[in-house]
Design a protein around this ligand. Structure first.
Ligand code: ZN
Length: 242
């Protein structure tokens, strides 16, 4: 079985289409949240994700901000402007769908959370210490998270939690027997200094995990962001993957 694992699309339809084309046929899709926010195509991205097969989809903090469900005071100024733009752009249908989503789900031997199993919408798992503390907050062997926009994996060893970053953000591996937290990176706004869209393919029966990167037409997205009047810094960061 091939499961496409995607996260943090952030209203970037061009990156999403590149990922779907690169992944090829899959039996199921697990989307870890933040479908909207930052980018120019919120309704298009949500419609595209909703049409994917056997979908499990989570809500992220930017989705909740676009719905007006959370205070954006903690967001940086450019993110706040993007939230306001997204709130205006969001259709009633897109809003109703995002409102129906949860920040955490279970799928067989995998727990799915946007940020972390402990605090699904908000917590960033950015180091082994935070990851280590989160193993007590899910029961399955494996947990998939997004939110940081950087591919990473954290393995629970007897000696403590070990942190690994995939070389160049790509590569395949088999999971287990140790419990593991995995982050596929971000489709629409990578922040690991690699501007290519990030995602992962999972075979949940064989516990095979593959990080992948795919180039996409970044200038086309930047043009749409300019036309939408989105902040310059958000437009520039796509090209440098930060
Ligand atoms: Zn995000």
């Amino acid at each position: 079985m091939r499961v496409l694992v995607i996260s943090d699309i952030h209203a970037n339809l061009t990156a999403l289409e590149a990922v779907l084309a690169d992944a090829g046929p899959v039996e199921a899709v697990w989307c870890l949240g933040d479908l909207v926010g930052y980018g120019p195509d919120p309704n298009e991205c949500v419609a595209r994700v909703r049409a994917l097969p056997e979908l499990v989809c989570l809500v992220g903090n930017h989705d909740k901000a676009a719905l007006g469900e959370i205070d954006v005071a903690e967001f940086n100024p450019e993110a706040q402007i993007a939230v306001e733009w997204t709130q205006q752009a969001l259709s009633a249908e897109t809003g109703a769908y995002l409102r129906s989503l949860s920040g955490r789900e279970a799928a067989g031997r995998y727990t799915l959370a946007h940020g972390s199993p402990r605090r699904p919408v908000w917590e960033y798992i950015t180091d082994a210490e935070v990851a280590g503390a989160n193993f007590a907050h899910f029961d399955t062997p494996f947990c998939l998270v997004g939110h940081t926009h950087s591919p990473a994996l954290y393995v629970a060893l007897d000696s403590g939690c070990e942190e690994y970053y995939p070389l160049y953000g790509a590569g395949a591996m088999s999971l287990g027997p140790e419990r593991t937290i995995l982050n596929p990176g971000s489709v629409g706004q990578p922040r690991d200094r690699n501007p290519q869209a990030a995602y992962a393919l999972l075979d949940p029966q064989a516990n095979l995990w593959e990080y992948r990167r795919v180039p996409y037409d970044i200038p086309a997205v930047q043009e749409r962001m300019k036309s939408a009047g989105l902040p310059e810094r958000l437009i520039r960061r796509l090209a440098v993957g930060w």
